[in-house]
Each structure stands twice: as structure tokens, then as C-alpha cells.
Ligand binder design. Structure first.
Ligand code: NAP
Ligand code: ZN
Ligand code: ZN
Length: 348
């Protein structure tokens, strides 16, 4: 066992605090990663605060992990010490079911193992990236290409994968109009990726406060959803709407913005039921409503390669570990530009 420094939540209501945790010995197919940076995803906050139901504590959150390989097991073929790597939301899956075989481990029919708060095959609770080291099976590690700094790469491991997957699946590209609701961690990466894919991108934000940033990140248009005229003027416009809002929305109003056969993809993981809308909101224009969950490992690597090719990293505010609780409050207040990233050397 390796004892490493970490930051953990001890209950749904207490602030996160420094602690130490045990990492397993490096197994034959394992990679030991010295974590350099870990992004703070809104899902970390949902998780530790019990928004998705009661959790087991203490839990070390963090699934936007970027670091350097420092040791590998004897059967590891994909990585070597010194490699720049990342780990996202999953550290294992059954690898045999129909969806795992397709490389869509996020939909593993037997349930995958999340990077924190899940019971791994060894029976231990997984602990995430707000720590200095992690041991992960090589099949759930991805390579961070040269050309993306590790701090700006970290948020791509969740925010990048989660937005790239539906943008690709639903055909964001030249001649397609894509709207992104919410310019936060996921939203700002979605804007960059959709723009790089060649789509015409509109940000739908609560206000115009971040308009300059949105346009700089690659949006063609920026509209405030607090202005009712936005909904009148943009009715029947978009081929694809990516919803990154962490809370509930008036779904019917947003669905009316889709063009014929347009798709509305929710990524936000509100604790409240999200699907409540009049039938006409989907019936008019044969509209599709769906949800998308992170991305498989293969697609996560594809996303990183795409981001490197297009010079895409996250816009980040790097913080020391003792600012994690403050960062949580700022995320909850939509006061983040656009991802907090923990410098894990401050845990040492
Ligand atoms: P975030 O940084 O907090 O961004 C969410 C954005 O939504 C905010 O910046 C804000 O943008 C907007 N927003 C917040 N509250 C709102 C409200 N009440 N009404 C309208 N807009 C609101 O969060 P994130 O890390 O991007 O995560 C977003 C959501 O996705 C979370 O629920 C998270 O758990 C979920 N998530 C899902 C997956 C998946 O696999 N599907 C993966 C990762 C995260 P504006 O200020 O521009 O309005
Ligand atoms: Zn996440
Ligand atoms: Zn499976």
C-alpha cells in the first residue's frame, strides 16, 4: 500500500479537509501516476453533498486527473515512466458486455467503476484525484498529447469527453447550428470543440456577463436566456442543443428552439427530474430529447487528440488545495471562469 496525501469530504455538510489515503500496490497491469493537476467538476460537488443520494465517506473527489507515470506493472505495454497521462470518470468496467466491447464503457451493462465513491473489484472504495498519486489499470488511462499543458488538459478528462461525445454523435460540423446552454466548465469546452468541428455556435447563458469570453472562445452568437425575446427570435433554429446546466430548466421553452429533427442533449445532472414538458415541445418538428454520459475510453483519447490538433485546452484558474471549499462555493454561484484546477503539489 502507498499512503498519499489527499483532500476528502467527510460528510455531505462539512468542508473538505486534508487527509491521507491508501493506494493499492502497483499490480501487473497497473500504472502509478503522480497527479499534477485535478479539475473540479460540478459533479464532485453534487456527489459530496449527497445531491444524488447518500454516499460513503470519507470520499476524495476528482475525476479530471492529469499527471506523469512514475511506475508501471510488469504486464503494462501502453505506458512507461515519464509519460503524460490522464484519468477521467472511470477506472474499470466489466470489459465483456456488449457496450464495453463497443468501447462505450460508460454504459457498461454490469456497471463500471467510477474513479471515486465506487467499490472496485478489490472491494475497496475508489478515491479520486484530489490527491498526489493514483494507481489505475492501463486500459483506463489515456495519453495527454504534446501540445496541451497538463493543467489545461485536466478538465478535458471529464468536461472535454462529456461534450465531445454528443457533439460528434449528433453531427456538430459545418452547416449545423449548435447551441450550448450554460457557459461553465462543460459549456466553455463545448463551445471550443463545436467551433473547432466547424459548427455555428450560439451560447445561451443566463445573462450577457460573459459575452466577450464566449465570443473569444469561439461562439458566433451569445444570447441571454433571461430575455424572453431570445426564445421568440431563436424559435426553430438549432440542429443541436447541448444542455450543461446543473439545475432544472423550463425544458419546453428550450425544446422550441430546435429545428426539424433537431436534438436536445442534456449533460447536466440535476438532482430534480429534468424531463417535464408539453408533448407539443417534441411533437412539433419531430424533435429528439436525450441524455449523454461522459465518453468511453477510446473516444476520450480521440477527444484529447482532437483538442491537441486544434489547440484546445480548458480555460482554468489554478488553485492550491486549501482553496477547494471556496472554489465549490464559486462554482455553485456560477462564478467560475471556467474551470478550477487544483495544483496537487500543494497537497504535499
Ligand atoms: P458549472 O461549471 O457549474 O457550469 C454550469 C453552468 O450552467 C453555469 O456556469 C451557468 O452558466 C449555468 N447555470 C447554473 N445554474 C443555472 C440555472 N439555475 N439556470 C440556468 N443556467 C444555470 O458545471 P459543470 O462542471 O459544467 O457541470 C454542469 C453539469 O453537468 C453538472 O450538473 C454536472 O454534474 C454535469 N455533468 C454531467 C456529466 C455527464 O456525463 N453527463 C459529466 C460532467 C458533468 P451561465 O452562467 O452561462 O448561465
Ligand atoms: Zn465531471
Ligand atoms: Zn461492461
Amino acid at each position: 500500500m502507498l499512503t498519499v496525501n489527499a483532500y476528502a469530504a467527510t460528510s455531505a455538510t462539512e468542508p473538505l479537509a486534508p487527509t491521507t489515503i491508501e493506494r493499492r500496490e502497483v499490480g501487473p497491469r497497473d500504472v502509478l501516476i503522480e497527479i499534477r493537476y485535478c479539475g473540479i467538476c460540478h459533479s464532485d460537488i453534487h456527489w459530496v453533498r449527497g445531491d444524488w443520494g447518500p454516499q460513503t465517506y470519507p470520499v476524495v473527489p476528482g475525476h479530471e486527473i492529469a499527471g506523469i507515470v512514475t511506475a508501471v506493472g510488469p504486464e503494462v505495454t501502453k505506458y512507461a515512466p515519464g509519460d503524460r497521462v490522464g484519468v477521467g470518470c472511470m477506472v474499470d468496467s466489466c470489459r465483456e458486455c456488449a457496450t464495453c466491447v463497443k468501447g462505450e464503457e460508460q454504459y457498461c451493462l454490469r456497471g463500471n467503476t467510477l474513479s471515486y465513491g465506487a467499490v472496485g473489484k478489490d472491494g475497496a472504495l475508489t478515491q479520486g484525484g484530489y490527491s498526489t498519486h493514483v494507481v489505475v489499470d492501463q486500459d483506463f488511462v489515456v495519453r495527454v498529447p504534446q501540445g496541451i499543458d497538463l493543467d489545461e488538459a485536466a478538465p478535458l478528462l471529464c468536461a472535454g469527453a462529456t461534450t465531445y461525445s454528443p457533439l460528434k454523435r449528433w453531427g456538430a460540423g459545418p452547416g449545423r447550428k449548435v447551441a450550448v446552454i450554460g457557459l461553465g466548465g462543460l459549456g466553455h469546452v463545448a463551445v471550443k470543440i463545436a467551433h473547432a468541428m466547424g459548427a455555428e455556435v450560439t451560447v445561451l447563458s443566463q445573462s450577457l456577463k460573459k459575452e466577450d469570453d464566449g465570443l473569444r472562445l469561439g461562439a458566433d452568437h451569445y444570447r441571454a436566456t433571461s430575455d424572453p425575446a431570445t426564445f421568440d427570435q431563436l424559435a426553430n433554429t438549432f440542429d443541436l442543443i447541448i444542455n450543461t446546466v446543473s439545475g432544472k430548466l423550463d425544458l419546453g421553452a428550450y425544446m422550441s428552439l430546435l429545428a426539424l429533427d433537431g436534438a436536445f442533449v442534456t449533460l447536466g445532472a440535476s438532482s430534480e427530474p429534468v424531463i417535464s414538458m408539453p408533448t407539443s415541445a417534441v411533437a412539433a418538428g419531430r424533435r429528439v430529447y436525450t441524455y449523454s454520459l461522459i465518453a468511453g475510453i477510446r473516444e476520450t483519447q480521440e477527444m484529447l487528440d482532437f483538442c491537441a490538433e486544434h489547440g484546445i485546452g480548458a480555460e482554468i484558474e489554478v488553485i492550491p488545495a486549501d482553496k477547494i471549499n471556496e472554489a465549490y462555493e464559486r462554482v455553485l454561484a456560477s462564478d467560475v471562469r471556467y474551470r478550477f484546477v487544483i495544483d496537487t503539489s500543494t497537497l504535499a
